[in-house]
Write a protein that binds this ligand. Structure first.
Ligand SMILES: [Zn+2]
Length: 577
């Protein structure tokens, strides 16, 4: 049987349309069904990508074949003998890392937005022809993807248009593709090739510096998981890794894949040639890269059992995102300090920022990180004005849970064991070689995670682990940080107004008879002290209301965290290279 064959072409870049075909050599005898995913792994929300399919038709042996729509994302072709081809257009105008985007400057797509899956044939290998847009204007376009070039005639050259190949549908939708006139650099980390691609104009981009810094971060991570072999994780399926970044004025975000990541960042965050200062923005960019790269192990290979295999037609529930997103968030900054990209002082400041951020949300007293993980589909990913009161982030609190566990294990074993050992054990048992041909793919369950913590640490951590992940009590971080020479002291929280009775959507018109001009609210409120009161005028819909206003400090605790002179040895084992 021939591989399932896809072809994709930017049909009209100005109209944001990709033309796509899929040909199935041996369609189901009762009529082949096709579907498009409703969500993309890494972003736990139903997005209904099929709504962007504009025109669709089927044919076999040059003749039209009847095609019936079954639901919002599925079609069934009438029974045919021999190869069946579906042709359709996809509207691509979503400038994010999650879908597809096409205009005259570049094209980007995730397979989950453009490639229909032949139902029941998910395990078939696929070939993909990626075509250049027609016209002289596009003569300089290249292709960036971690997808492997097909061998032989018609096979794409590295970074070129032409034929690519994948082992199955899961791989097809796990290699996003960027095409255009991008800027590209490369480096080797522990011997493995990494490409760094930037789309969008960035004057004076210091690409060498970006590559130098990423190399340090990638090597620190590879050595964390594979201290002996120093083997990069993606070598089970790909020879190289691709960081692809879309640069805009204020973009931020990333999505992890098995051998690449799609990122968005702000232009001002990228370093310029000849300017060596380490800006906050550049640290943020490196933190994002570090986060997505860590996912190459944690969630792309070590996976929750519910994700093996991914079921992309509906929500897939797991209580474990605190491990896959929270621990990844813990290690993203930790890897920056361990690889020497930020100082110990800067790292400790980042910890304080995360901690204070979690304390500001009242939702932490109502929702556990396990519950937040499970309900990600309808709560974390669909936040409304009530979110701070009802939701805790499995990213930020999850990273503090990782910190609490790491420090507990280190303190109780005198640094002989740590969270690093837990991650390595997860990797060895569930992740290593996940995509190697013939590998037995299995995910990890909550019970297995709990058992592994005890086994690897030699401690009894069940009760602590449960209270951290299933409870809503405050984290005792100050006491945990102390043995590492890090002092956390409570500081006065920021002053805030208690705006009694003001609701989402209200228009605040005046405070004490003074109009609230755009951008002037903070200045206006700064004139008041704790305990002061004022009157405010508020429009709800089209009715004017007069409401009382009292000023008070935020009830949440706030901490200032500083590394002290002592206990450097304990700290060095944790934060040092
Ligand atoms: Zn993540």
């Amino acid at each position: 049987m021939k591989p399932i064959h896809y072809a994709i072409a930017p049909l009209q870049p100005e109209a944001h349309l990709f033309a796509v075909t899929v040909t199935v050599d041996a369609p189901h005898p009762a009529g082949q069904q096709f579907y498009l995913p409703a969500w993309i792994p890494g972003s736990y929300m139903i997005r209904d990508f099929a709504r962007n399919i504009v025109r669709i038709r089927a044919q076999a042996s040059g003749k039209p074949v009847a095609l019936t729509k079954l639901d919002k994302q599925s079609w069934q072709a009438a029974p045919v003998d021999g190869p069946l081809t579906l042709s359709y257009e996809v509207y691509a105008w979503d400038l994010s890392v999650r879908a597809a985007h096409l205009d005259a400057t570049h094209g980007f797509f995730n397979g989950s937005s453009v490639f229909l899956c032949a139902d029941g044939q998910e395990n078939q290998p696929c070939t993909i022809d990626i075509h250049a847009p027609a016209g002289e204007a596009y003569a300089g376009w290249r292709v960036a993807t971690a997808m492997r070039e097909a061998p032989g005639r018609g096979g794409a050259k590295r970074y070129g248009f032409g034929r690519y190949q994948v082992a199955d549908y899961d791989e097809l939708v796990d290699h996003p593709v960027e095409m255009g006139n991008f800027t590209m650099g490369s480096f080797r980390a522990c011997g493995a090739q990494h490409d760094v691609v930037f789309t969008g104009r960035v004057p004076q981009l210091d690409l060498e510096r970006v590559c130098r810094d990423l190399k340090q971060i990638c090597e620190a991570q590879i050595r964390l998981f594979e201290p002996k072999t120093e083997a990069a994780p993606f070598l089970d399926s790909n020879r190289r890794y691709v960081f692809m970044t879309m640069v805009t004025t204020d973009g931020y975000g990333g999505l992890e894949h098995r051998a690449s990541t799609a990122l968005m960042c702000a232009r001002a965050d990228l370093p310029a040639r000849g300017k060596e200062e380490a800006t906050e923005g550049y640290r943020t960019f490196l933190g994002l890269c570090s986060h997505e790269y860590f996912h190459t192990w944690n969630v792309k290979r070590i996976k929750p059992a519910a994700f093996v295999p991914y079921r992309l037609r509906e929500e897939t529930y797991t209580p474990l995102l605190w491990l896959f997103e929270g621990f990844t968030s813990y290690y993203d900054d930790l890897m920056l300090v361990r690889s020497g990209r930020i100082t110990e002082k800067q790292y400790v400041e980042l910890l304080a920022k995360t901690w204070n951020g979690v304390l500001r949300g009242n939702g932490r007293t109502k929702q556990s990180v396990a519950a937040s993980s499970f309900d990600a589909w309808t709560k974390y990913y669909r936040q409304d004005e009530n979110a701070p009161n009802a939701i805790v982030s499995y990213y930020t609190k999850g990273s503090l849970v990782a910190l609490a566990l790491d420090l507990t294990i280190r303190a109780k074993t005198r640094n002989r064991r740590s969270l690093d050992d837990i991650m390595r054990a997860l990797w060895q048992r569930y992740g290593s070689g996940f995509y190697a041909p013939g590998a037995q793919q299995r995910g990890v369950t909550e019970a297995q995670v709990h058992a592994l913590f005890d086994e690897v640490s030699g401690l009894r951590l069940g009760a602590l682990l449960r209270s951290l992940t299933e409870g809503t009590g405050e984290l005792q971080l100050a006491a945990l940080l102390k043995p590492f020479g890090i002092k956390a002291v409570t500081t006065k929280p920021e002053r805030n107004a208690t705006l009694a009775g003001i609701s989402a959507g209200d228009l605040l018109a005046a405070v004490d008879g003074l109009r609230v001009a755009p951008g002037q609210l903070d200045k206006l409120l700064a004139r008041y002290r704790d305990g002061d009161s004022a009157e405010c005028h508020v429009f709800r819909r089209d009715e004017l209301h007069v409401l009382p206003l009292t000023f008070a400090r935020e009830p949440a605790m706030q901490y200032t965290v500083t590394a002290e002179g002592g206990r450097q040895a304990m700290r060095a084992r944790w934060l040092g290279r």
